[in-house]
Design a protein around this ligand. Structure first.
Ligand code: B12
Length: 549
């Protein structure tokens, strides 16, 4: 928990213009407690790698840190990520108002925070992707902020400046005028313990032009990409460094190449920034697979030290891609696209969906064949979920295949294939894809190819700092202890590790060991039915509410 620096105070003065700001400025300061809810254990959280790295959560929540930076200048703010620490009674007692943010998967935890704040009679405000899609799911919060930062945000601040008593009934504030990303403040990164996250986060753009049937991004953030300026992105990177960010930083953009010209303008600035700062960070992002058609962009990303791209491949079946309105994945043959990206030193992390209407009993085997051919090490394999505000939700509703209450089922979709068959296909794919032998074989392929295609930065003082070396040695020590000595898949680990050590490739040894540990352990839990394929199931909700350690 930390207070905001002078620079941010200055930045915040420019935010609230017009009536609200004049009103707010003359009123007494407010104390805002920003609480980010716990994630339920899930594939995408990498919780099994935390003991190796000392991390305690995956990445800082951009949304809440942005809102914290946008508060009126003389207000105080505290930030608590409940993936690390639980907000205490003292925190709630300190606050005038409690701000919360999150995804559908965090619904139970968001409601839990609201209950705890109300026990202290504190007014609560909720924003973020879940309430923006389904405000009706949050009857207990006092203020609902639906949509992105804009006029609704100003209205919320003005109302709290006037009165922090809980309103007699819920107030829903809908953004009608979005604030331009070019006018976004630098998120309040200094409020977060960046050194305790597995990766940092930064945003360049919002929105995606495509309309994949299962995705709610077009409804939530629009199809016309909105952008920050390169100068803003560099200012944010400067601030991340100043706040102790090291290692990896993830661009949270829905589609990093949503606006190709803007990306071509941004990348040379990132290359220069890395050079100027001694190549301190590895970058990654999410982008559509057709980025493979843009070698000029891939080459600039290589020079800017991008190490991986998350691509929503979803299925290797071109016909199935058409059926979910994702034919843009077919613009380049998928295997060719993956190897093109690898040739530029970037690993592809692939999103995969099982339970599509086009699935057959052979789908699982076809997927494993694709995993072996593409050599993609990390694939987030999820069961199809129908998210509100998506064409899929509307179609399934029309077809009467949307399960309102799916109890212990792992999805709210009434699959074409028998449910149990889809579930066992999912478990079978997870256990085969993440068997240690298969996984390390795929990583071996990239250690001899993709990773050697990367831009090799000079050994700058920033990279070879004692702090980095000490941190690296600490992680290596824990890997050798937990995996090399005590791990039950140590034979496969040592095969990979000794080959890396023989070539002095210690960095790829460490980064692979960290991720492989999570993938292997999570897959074991999931294929044994002890971890879920999705965030819809009851048991998960039950689990999610367990108090933080
Ligand atoms: C980065 C990211 C992740 C990261 C984590 C990010 C984090 N720390 O929270 C990781 C990789 C872990 C992740 C995982 C998942 N994710 Co995700 N993720 C994203 C992504 C791409 C960016 C999030 C972000 O930083 N956005 C930028 C910030 C600035 O936007 P924002 O949070 O909406 O905030 C704005 C407003 O909402 C508002 N606001 C936000 N909070 C608040 C609070 C208050 C008080 C106020 C006033 C305003 C306000 O102001 C901000 C500025 O406009 C989003 C898509 C997106 N564009 O947001 C998907 C998204 C949030 N993820 C999604 C999903 C479904 C998942 C998974 C469940 C997928 C899966 N099946 O496994 C997992 C779940 C995690 C888990 N436990 O398993 C969905 C959520 C759907 C929903 N409506 O809830 C999204 C929207 C993508 C999609 N396709 O639909 N994800």
């Amino acid at each position: 928990m930390r207070a905001l620096g002078v620079a941010d105070q200055a930045k915040r003065r420019t935010f609230v213009t017009g009536v609200a700001m004049d009103e707010v400025k003359d009123m007494c300061g407010r104390r805002i407690l920003c609480v980010f809810p716990r994630y339920a254990p899930a594939f995408g959280n990498f919780q099994y790698s935390y003991p190796l790295t000392g991390a305690r959560a995956l990445m800082p929540p951009q949304g809440l840190l942005l809102i914290a930076a946008a508060l009126p200048p003389h207000w105080q703010v505290r930030f608590i990520d409940e993936n690390m620490d639980r907000a205490t009674d003292a925190d709630f007692a300190w606050a005038h108002a409690v701000f919360v943010s999150g995804m559908h998967i965090q619904r139970a935890q968001m409601q839990d925070i609201c209950r705890r704040a109300h026990r202290h009679d504190r007014v609560t405000a909720l924003g973020g992707p879940s309430v923006s899609a389904c405000p009706e799911n949050y009857p207990d919060f006092d203020y609902l902020h639906v949509g992105e930062m804009g006029d609704a945000t100003e209205e919320l601040f003005a109302r709290l400046a006037r009165d922090t008593a809980r309103p007699p009934q819920q107030v829903v504030l809908k953004t009608t005028q979005r604030r331009d990303l070019a006018d976004f403040p630098v998120p309040a990164y200094e409020l977060a313990r960046l050194d305790l996250y597995l990766t940092g986060s930064i945003q360049f753009s919002s929105g995606c032009p495509y309309e994949c049937e299962f995705c709610d991004i077009p409804a939530l953030y629009g199809r016309t990409p909105r952008l920050k300026t390169p100068q803003q992105v560099l200012a944010e990177l400067d601030k991340l460094l100043a706040c102790g960010q090291t290692g990896a930083v993830y661009f949270v953009d829905d589609n990093f190449i949503a606006h190709r010209r803007a990306v071509r303008e941004l990348l040379p600035h990132l290359v220069e920034w890395q050079k100027r700062n001694g190549y301190p960070l590895y970058l990654s992002c999410e982008a559509t697979l057709n980025i493979a058609k843009r070698p000029e962009i891939l080459e600039l990303m290589r020079a800017a030290m991008f190490h991986s791209i998350f691509c929503g491949i979803e299925t290797p079946d071109p016909e199935a891609l058409k059926s979910i309105a994702k034919q843009h994945n077919n613009m380049v043959p998928i295997l060719e696209a993956v190897s093109t990206i690898n040739r530029h030193g970037m690993e592809v992390v692939s999103g995969i969906i099982l339970g599509l209407d086009s699935d057959t009993p052979q789908t699982g085997d076809a997927l494993i064949e694709f995993v072996e051919q593409s050599r993609i090490p990390m694939l987030t394999m999820n069961l199809l979920q129908a998210l509100p505000r998506t064409p899929l939700w509307d179609r399934l509703k029309r077809e009467g295949r949307l399960l309102a209450d799916n109890g212990a089922r792992e999805s709210n979709v009434d699959f074409r294939m028998p449910y149990e068959q889809v579930l066992s296909m999912w478990k079978d794919c997870i256990s085969r894809a993440y068997h240690p032998r298969a996984l390390f074989a795929r990583y071996e392929h990239h250690a001899r190819g993709t990773y050697r295609n990367r831009f090799a930065p000079p050994a700058t003082p920033q990279r070879a700092s004692w702090k980095n070396i000490r941190r690296g040695l600490g992680i290596l020590g824990r890997i050798l202890w937990h995996v090399g000595l005590r791990g039950d898949y140590r034979r496969h680990f040592w095969g990979f590790a000794l080959r890396r050590a023989a070539r002095g490739e210690i960095e790829s040894l460490i980064s692979v060991a960290i991720l492989a540990h999570h993938l292997i352990l999570f897959a074991r839990e999931a294929s044994a039915g002890r971890k879920n394929a999705s965030y819809y199931s009851e048991r998960l909700r039950g689990e999610a509410l367990a108090p933080a350690e």
